[in-house]
Write a protein that binds this ligand. Structure first.
Ligand code: AMP
Ligand code: MG
Length: 502
């Protein structure tokens, strides 16, 4: 079968093409069409044969019911046993819109449409093309999302075409689905109305209209045993081919964690991808970085999520790391889909925090060991492994005697010491490197593969000071004493920052 592409703009000329699509539906065929949530794969909801075709085209398990799309409220009354007040109130508030209601069905809707259930899911989409198609077809249109089962739902006609070309009669191309995530599903047949799938209409919005609403507990916890009440929610969903992990926590920690994975993957020849906010995208060193929108802009994030998941399938990325987009409103739905796509794999970058601090200087026998001994003498440093290193160490030099003297006069005793050269072996994902001077930082990043902008810093800059730590070399004891005081003050600030981030 050749799949017809019908490009429809919202003009009377454009709408004429809808008659072709409407006839296909009326005659028992399948047409994918845009809605404000995602693209749907439509067939005549009252025709069992059409519905069977939908399951077949998508490869959808036959116990996963379809949503019936209507264009006018009276069409709801035709297919349910009764219309409860709650349904009227919700329709008033949110239809046409991204809300699907579950009600007791009557005989008009065949069991094939509802996956054998005696309830039916109904929605009135807020997209002119979708409603116009329903009206012109003179049918109710049963439509699940127009993707191959298991893949992210389609948000543009191209996604549909890539998945279903040759398996359906036509695709209406009406541009990008505005919202980009599937509808909220609310079950009105249970004692307390229950959300079976989160979407753009949130629990709070629903409660403002009908009072108490519950959330299907199977959505809240990750538990293989608990069966979600919307059959579709139990299947693997939205999953890209690559392995996806969500990384939550302080933005800088997330960057450090992800970039350490990138470095490790490069060693193994594994290509890494990142789903990043606009704000942080440039900080990732992965081969493929996809920006999803501003952290502040949850609508953009929802809009772009599925397209990005699909784009990764066209790359050779094997591991994807995504920032977390937790929060109110549609963020709940975003995280629900992202968690499913990731198979609930979540890493907390804050817990993967820094455990090794390295001070590095030119030859590693003066300011850098001074910093490491001062920090070790501070109470708050006991959780860290603290090292000092030199960028180029030709001889295992002992500690500079003036440094040793200043430390001793401040009550800090030094045991055996000799300078050690900094190498890649010193650096892992929980290492942070501090230098006293900008030029030292640049040299380290240039010289070592594992050192980068995300784990190597100029100490005073890191704590927010403008000056570099003065170099006492060639000066007297007094100058070394001043250096000690400056370092101590800077390291106090460092300890505060590290503790805050834990
Ligand atoms: P889709 O249109 O692909 O987003 O899938 C429709 C979703 O609605 C699936 O998760 C179904 O399991 C759910 N659904 C449809 N009808 C019912 C129903 N009668 N009871 C519970 N969930 C339903
Ligand atoms: Mg679906």
């Amino acid at each position: 079968m050749e799949t017809l592409i019908l490009k429809v703009d919202k003009s009377s000329e454009g709408y004429k093409k809808l008659d072709i699509a409407a006839r296909i539906i009326k005659e028992g065929g399948l047409v994918a069409f845009p809605t404000e949530t995602v693209y749907g794969l439509g067939g005549d909801a009252k025709n069992p044969k059409s519905c069977k075709k939908i399951y077949k085209a998508k490869g959808r398990p036959s116990d996963n019911p379809l949503i019936v799309h209507i264009a006018e409220f009276r069409q709801l009354e035709d297919i349910v046993e009764e219309v409860p007040d709650t349904a009227r109130e919700l329709a008033d508030a949110f239809w046409p819109g991204p809300l699907t209601m579950i009600l007791k069905k009557n005989k008009v809707i065949p069991k094939q449409t509802t996956g054998g259930l005696d309830t039916v899911a109904i929605r009135m989409p807020n997209d002119d093309i979708a409603r116009e198609l329903i009206l012109r077809s003179e049918c109710l249109i049963a439509a699940p999302s127009a993707n191959v089962s298991g893949k992210p739902s389609p948000t543009i006609a191209d996604h549909v075409y890539n998945d279903l070309s040759g398996r359906i009669d036509a695709v209406i191309d009406g541009g990008h689905a505005v919202i980009g995530l599937e509808s909220t599903i609310i079950d009105l047949t249970s004692d307390v109305p229950t959300i079976l799938r989160p979407g753009a209409i949130t629990k709070e919005m629903l409660e403002r209209v009908i009072g108490r609403v519950e959330i299907d507990s199977a959505l809240l916890i990750e538990d293989e045993e608990q069966k979600p009440k919307a059959p579709g929610m139990k299947y693997k969903h939205y999953a890209p081919k690559a392995d996806l992990t969500i990384v939550e926590g302080n933005a800088s920690k997330v960057v450090v964690y992800v970039n350490s994975k990138v470095v490790a993957n490069k060693d193994k020849g594994v290509v890494t991808g990142v789903i990043a906010s606009d704000e942080n995208a440039s900080r990732y060193s992965a081969e493929v970085v996809k920006t999803i929108g501003s952290i502040e802009d949850e609508e953009a994030i929802a809009h772009n999520l599925y397209g990005i998941l699909r784009e990764f399938d066209e790359t050779d990325v094997k591991e994807i790391y995504s920032e977390s987009f937790e929060g109110d409103g549609i963020r709940g739905a975003i995280m629900n889909r992202l968690l499913k796509a990731a198979g609930h794999k979540v890493i907390n970058a804050d817990k993967e925090a820094i455990t090794r601090i390295i001070f590095a200087g030119k030859n590693g026998s003066s300011r850098s060991p001074m910093a490491s001994y001062i920090l070790k003498s501070m109470d708050a440093s006991k959780d860290y492994e603290i090292l000092s290193r030199g960028i180029l160490v030709q001889f295992p030099e002992p500690l500079n005697p003036k440094v040793e003297a200043v430390l001793a006069s401040n009550g800090i005793e030094v045991g055996d010491f000799h300078a050690v050269e900094l190498t890649d072996n010193d650096i892992n994902s929980s290492t942070i490197i501090f230098t006293m001077e900008e030029s030292h930082k640049d040299k380290i990043i240039e010289k070592l593969e594992k050192a980068n902008e995300e784990n190597t810093f100029v100490l005073p800059t890191y704590v927010g000071d403008e000056l570099e730590i003065l170099n006492p070399y060639g000066g007297g004891l007094q100058l070394y004493g001043l250096c000690f005081e400056a370092l101590k003050e800077t390291l106090n600030k460092l300890v505060n920052i590290l503790n805050q981030e834990r």
